[in-house]
Ligand binder design. Structure first.
Ligand SMILES: CC(C)(COP(=O)(O)OP(=O)(O)OC[C@H]1O[C@@H](n2cnc3c(N)ncnc32)[C@H](O)[C@@H]1OP(=O)(O)O)[C@@H](O)C(=O)NCCC(=O)NCCS
Length: 168
């Protein structure tokens, strides 16, 4: 029902431009210039895939990068992010895509943990993550500057133990 495939720079340019548009990225995923210059650092292990339906329709993207929780390779967790096009939301695609990516990252790397943070006000993403089998772990206070205000993020985690939980 949902597939993840590599980005095709030429074919996916219109989709990627649309996903970056504030009207699509949404209030929780768009940061005006007044919030400061974009962070330009090479994030460890960073990747991106396109989310598509079985008929090949591209409906969004998923990104990830590594967050070290210790000095050895297995302690690198994967932090994921997602955008689904508005016309494809609220059909379970976001939950399924994030579960699929979490499973794939744990299958293909020695990491033990996949995580996602989102605004405490982003109820759609919180529900999608919970449906995907991520567990709510806590609030990261004053962590994100958006529209000139420091907001709180909720942290969700999916460890190898959660591979046993029902798929969405
Ligand atoms: C967050 C996002 C990826 C979810 O994708 P999706 O395909 O709609 O996800 P799902 O359909 O699997 O789940 C969405 C859930 O949120 C619910 N929901 C949607 N809007 C909501 C709202 N304003 N308040 C409460 N619940 C809401 C839906 O009913 C659904 O719940 P359900 O599974 O109990 O029916 C999508 O909304 C999106 O791309 N938003 C813009 C980008 C973004 O915010 N990304 C995350 C940044 S951290």
């Amino acid at each position: 029902m949902i597939r993840l495939r590599p980005v095709d720079a030429q074919r996916d340019t219109p989709l990627l431009e649309r996903l970056a548009d504030p009207s699509v990225a949404g209030p929780f995923n768009h940061f005006p210039e007044t919030d400061g210059a974009p962070l330009r650092v090479a994030l460890p292990g960073a990747g991106r895939v396109i989310v598509e339906l079985a008929d090949g329709t591209a409906i969004g993207d998923l990104t990830w990068f590594g967050v070290p929780y210790g000095p050895t390779r297995p302690s690198l967790a994967w932090r994921i992010g997602i955008t689904i096009l508005p016309e494809h939301r609220n059909q379970g695609h976001g939950a399924r895509a994030q579960r699929l990516l979490a499973e794939r990252l744990l299958e293909t790397t020695p990491s033990h943990r996949v995580e996602a943070d989102t605004s405490v006000d982003n109820m759609a993403e919180q529900k999608a993550l919970e449906r995907a089998g991520f567990l709510r772990e806590g609030v990261i206070r004053g962590s994100q500057l958006r529209n000139g205000e420091w907001g709180d993020q909720v942290m969700y985690g999916f460890t190898r133990a959660e591979l046993q939980s029902p798929r969405p």
